[in-house]
Design a protein. Structure first.
Length: 125
């Protein structure tokens, strides 16, 4: 394996910054606070424990769904961008290696052919 190329591939912690993830979670929380059901606007005394548990469970599920959807989107977007850069670099290096190998092979073939033709010309008929 090419360790030089491996070192250029970012790891997950380099690709996704904590600040970006925190801002996404804050954004989701703001969206959810605007969309809470009517139960959340009632006073504490009018909501029984069962309703609070149901509202809490619903809120947790909604937060998780929205956070996961956004994390998936952000993760996919960043991985795609970084992977494109890494693949472009790898393709360029591979193309350079192929060119160098082809050049060496052609030089060897031409040298061998010229040497054989010179040898044929020197031998008496």
């Amino acid at each position: 394996m090419n360790t030089e190329l491996d070192a250029s591939i970012p790891v997950l912690t380099e690709v996704i910054s904590a600040d970006a993830l925190i801002s996404e979670v804050d954004s989701v929380a703001l969206d959810l606070s605007e969309k809470l059901p009517e139960m959340a606007t009632r006073e504490r005394g009018t909501i029984n424990d069962e309703e609070w548990q149901l509202m809490e469970q619903t809120l947790r599920e909604n937060v998780l769904k929205q956070v996961l959807a956004r994390v998936d989107f952000v993760l996919e977007h960043r991985v795609r961008d970084n992977l494109a850069d890494v693949l472009q670099t790898a393709v360029e290096k591979l193309a350079d290696e192929i060119r160098a190998g082809l050049k060496n092979s052609l030089e060897e073939v031409v040298t061998r052919a010229v040497t054989q033709e010179i040898a044929k010309a020197k031998t008496p008929k």
